[in-house]
Design a protein. Structure first.
Length: 137
């Protein structure tokens, strides 16, 4: 499990995962759509679920439709899933504003990594909300 997590984090940081635009609505990640990744978060296999959450994490704001799923993941029994979910919500910025209250609760998670990820996520969401939006032309 730890090897999978380390490998996933390495791929995220090194950029070995390719993100490709498809039309104007959906992005592919590793050749799979957001819908396919969301299906995997319900898989009974812990490794499949964690991989799906890490893929959502990589998609960032492009996966904004996943916010309700990620909010629910903050309650997962697996602390690795809770940690990745909190981080993913932070990467979504303003798109994850509905997660502010659940992330506040995650600051008291029994796993310190989840607590730190929740604090970072809240800071990222608040920072994104504070940025002025350029007027449309």
């Amino acid at each position: 499990m730890k090897k999978l997590l380390v490998l996933g984090l390495f791929c995220l940081l090194s950029g070995c995962v390719k993100q490709e635009p498809v039309g104007t609505e959906e992005y592919l990640l590793e050749g799979r759509s957001l819908t396919e990744w969301l299906r995997d978060v319900k898989d009974p296999n812990e490794n499949v679920r964690l991989s799906a959450y890490e893929s959502l994490q990589t998609m960032g704001p492009e996966a904004k439709e996943a916010v309700p799923v990620l909010i629910k993941a903050l309650q997962d029994e697996d602390s690795n899933v809770r940690w990745v979910a909190a981080d993913c919500l932070g990467r979504m910025g303003v798109s994850a504003k509905d997660a502010i209250e659940p992330l506040n609760h995650s600051q008291t998670d029994k796993d310190p990594r989840v607590q730190r990820a929740a604090i970072r996520a809240l800071a990222q969401i608040y920072r994104a909300q504070a940025r002025p939006v350029a007027p449309e032309q």
